[in-house]
Design a protein around this ligand. Structure first.
Ligand code: SAM
Length: 322
C-alpha cells in the first residue's frame, strides 16, 4: 500500500491506529479522516420537539446572535460554528431541554432504526441519552421505550437528560444489557444497541486524554463485550423485529466481526438489511479483515467516513426472522 503523507499534528496518533486506518478506509478518504482528529467541527444540535417547536427555537437563537445553518438531510437539525458552542450551552433553549447537542453521525442511528409511535422499543446502552431522547421525540412519547444503562453515574445522567427533555414515556433500568435478552426474550419491535466501544472516532488531538486509553487489547476487550450485548439484543427482539448495532469505532473487530459472530451463532434466524442514507461519505461493510472473511451480507453495513461535518461511525441493521 502506498504510504500516505500525514500532516504533522496527526503523526501523534498511535502508529498502530494509523496503520490500521490505512487498511480500513478508502485511500482517498484517509486524509480527511486524519484531519478530522484535529480540526474543530461545527456544533450540531436537534430541536427537541417534545419541548418546543422548531420555528420558535430557531428564531429565538437567531435573535440571540447564533449563526445557524440547517442540516439539509434531517429536519429539525442545525449547526453553529464551533466558537459558539459554549454560548449555546448557556441559553435557556439548552438548559430547558428544547435543544440537544448531538453529533451528526449519532443522529443517524435512530433515523435508521425508525421507531414508530406505539411500538415497543429497547435502547440497550443508553446513557447519556441523546438517542433515547431522539427516539422518544420520533415516537411522540407514545408507546413503550425502555432504556438500559449499567454504569450508575451515567444512569443518573441519563435520567436527568430524559427528564429535562420531557421524554415521559421512557422507563429506565440500571442493569447489565447482557442479561436483558434472557430476561425478556422476544419482547421488542425494535432495539438500538449503541455499543460501548474504543471510541476511536472521538479521538481529538487537542485533547490527548481522548486517546491515551487506546490499544489493540482495548479494542479486543470491547469486541468481547459487544458480542454478548448483540446476542442479548437479538434475543430481546420479536421475530420480524429489527435492530441497529452501531459504534463510534473504526475497528472491524468491534463492527463487522461482532455482527459476523452473531450471524454464525444465530444462522438464518437473523439477516443484515440494507441501509439507505442521504449521504456520500459512506463505505459498505468490509468482507474481510486480516485472515478473516465475513458473511457476504455484511456488505449492507455502513461505515460513515469522518469529514469536516461529522465523526466516523458504524451502523448495521439486522432483522430477526424467527
Ligand atoms: N446511546 C448513547 C447516547 O446516544 O447518548 C451513548 C451510548 S455509549 C456509546 C455506550 C453506553 O453503554 C455507555 O453509557 C456505557 O456506560 C454503557 N454500557 C457499558 N456496558 C454496558 C452494559 N453491559 N450494559 C448496558 N450498558 C452498558
Amino acid at each position: 500500500m502506498r504510504p500516505v503523507e500525514l500532516p504533522p499534528a496527526e503523526t501523534s496518533l498511535p502508529d498502530l491506529f494509523v496503520k490500521r486506518l490505512q487498511e480500513i478506509l478508502p485511500q482517498q478518504r484517509l486524509h480527511d479522516c486524519l484531519q478530522s482528529f484535529t480540526h474543530p467541527r461545527a456544533t450540531s444540535f436537534r430541536v427537541n420537539t417534545l419541548k418546543a417547536a422548531d420555528p420558535e427555537v430557531i428564531s429565538g437563537l437567531r435573535a440571540d446572535g447564533f449563526l445557524l445553518s440547517r442540516v439539509d438531510w434531517r429536519s429539525g437539525t442545525y449547526c453553529v460554528p464551533p466558537e459558539q458552542r459554549r454560548a449555546l450551552t448557556d441559553t435557556r433553549f439548552f438548559n430547558e431541554g428544547m435543544i440537544y447537542i448531538q453529533d451528526l453521525s449519532s443522529v443517524l442511528a435512530p433515523m435508521v432504526l425508525d421507531p414508530q409511535p406505539g411500538e415497543r422499543i429497547l435502547d440497550l446502552a443508553a446513557a447519556p441519552g441523546g438517542k433515547t431522547l431522539q427516539m422518544a421525540a420520533m415516537m411522540e412519547n407514545l408507546g413503550e421505550l425502555s432504556a438500559v444503562e449499567s454504569v450508575k453515574s451515567r444512569y443518573f445522567r441519563l435520567k436527568a437528560n430524559l427528564e429535562r427533555g420531557g421524554a415521559t414515556m421512557v422507563r429506565t433500568y440500571l442493569k447489565d444489557g447482557r442479561a436483558v435478552g434472557a430476561q425478556v426474550p422476544a419482547r421488542f419491535d425494535r432495539v438500538l444497541l449503541d455499543a460501548p466501544c474504543s471510541s476511536e472516532a472521538r479521538f481529538n488531538l487537542n485533547d490527548p486524554k481522548s486517546l491515551t486509553h487506546w490499544s489493540l487489547k482495548k479494542v479486543q476487550e470491547s469486541a468481547r463485550k459487544q458480542k454478548r450485548l448483540l446476542d442479548s439484543a437479538i434475543r430481546s427482539l420479536k421475530p420480524g423485529g429489527t435492530l441497529v448495532y452501531c459504534t463510534c469505532s473504526f475497528s472491524p473487530e468491534e463492527n463487522e466481526q461482532v455482527v459476523d459472530s452473531q450471524i454464525r451463532r444465530h444462522g438464518d434466524a437473523v439477516a443484515v438489511l440494507p441501509i439507505a442514507l442521504p449521504l456520500s461519505n459512506l463505505q459498505p461493510g468490509l468482507l474481510k479483515w486480516g485472515k478473516r472473511a465475513y458473511a457476504e451480507q455484511l456488505r449492507h453495513a455502513v461505515r460513515v467516513l469522518p469529514d469536516a461535518a461529522m465523526r466516523g461511525f458504524f451502523l448495521c441493521r439486522i432483522m430477526r426472522n424467527r
